[in-house]
Design a protein around this ligand. Structure first.
Ligand code: C5P
Length: 228
């Protein structure tokens, strides 16, 4: 199989505080969030090409944050979904049979997760890293009380990377775009929408998405605690 990876990093990261800039460019130990994320794919034996999708305004932040020697940089769109589509189109016609899609703001992915996702895909089947829900889920009523309790049995929280057969996921993204469906929050949902089976594989509790300012602080403590 020929595997490529798309790292989406074109978000504005507004929930982490605009003043400090998008969270994917924050420092993390002696590196940055985005450089850490990219490095796991660069170092993985099965990944042959990397596309990094960034915001048009972030060229300078990007070149300061990471070494892009062997990566292709593509300008993203207004939604994550649009950014992924631009990344897929950059890889079109280069005979990749599988593609991994990963959020730049998940710097704690590891080689085992990447391997599990790749190995769980085939020519018709996608796969995503996920974790079984540890908490009981509540649906809220309009007045702030509990409307109902959802059985957590069988519920998983989706992470990235998510892996797919290349041509089918590009086709699925194009179909979503053509039909004006811009509300998918991950690529596995687009696969599901076109009827592609998607396998759940074990992610990790460390592989969280850095969304809020406090997530960056926690990530820095994790890096500081890692053995050198
Ligand atoms: O905003 P959210 O946390 O869902 O973003 C998840 C990932 O998608 C981030 O890595 C972000 O940079 C990326 N993204 C993107 N283009 C957008 C919005 C988000 O590449 N327009």
């Amino acid at each position: 199989e020929r595997v490529a990876a798309i790292i989406v990093a074109a978000g504005r990261g507004e929930r982490a505080g605009v003043a400090e800039g998008p969270k994917q460019y924050r420092r993390l130990g002696d590196s940055t969030v985005i450089a850490q994320s990219i490095s796991h794919f660069r170092e993985h034996f099965a990944v042959e090409a990397i596309v990094v999708v960034v915001h048009a305004d972030d060229g300078e932040l990007l070149s300061r944050a990471c070494d892009l020697a062997d990566a292709q940089v593509v300008i993203g769109g207004g939604t994550r979904q649009e950014s992924v589509l631009r990344g897929l189109e950059a890889l079109e016609g280069r005979s990749f049979s599988r593609v991994l899609i990963h959020d730049a703001v998940r710097p704690f992915v590891d080689a085992d997760i990447i391997t599990r996702v790749i190995e769980s895909t085939d020519g018709q089947t996608g796969a995503l890293a996920a974790l079984p829900m540890p908490d009981t889920l509540k649906r809220e009523a309009a007045d702030g009380t509990v409307l109902e309790t959802l059985p957590r049995q069988g519920l998983w929280a989706a992470q990235t990377p998510q892996g797919f057969p290349f041509d089918p996921i590009l086709e699925a993204h194009r179909k979503a775009h053509a039909e004006g469906r811009h509300d998918f929050t991950d690529d596995a949902a687009i696969a599901e929408w076109v009827g592609m089976p998607v396998r759940l594989v074990e992610g990790s509790a460390d592989n969280t998405k850095l969304t809020w300012a406090r997530d960056i602080e926690r990530a820095r403590r994790m890096i500081a605690a890692q053995p050198r």
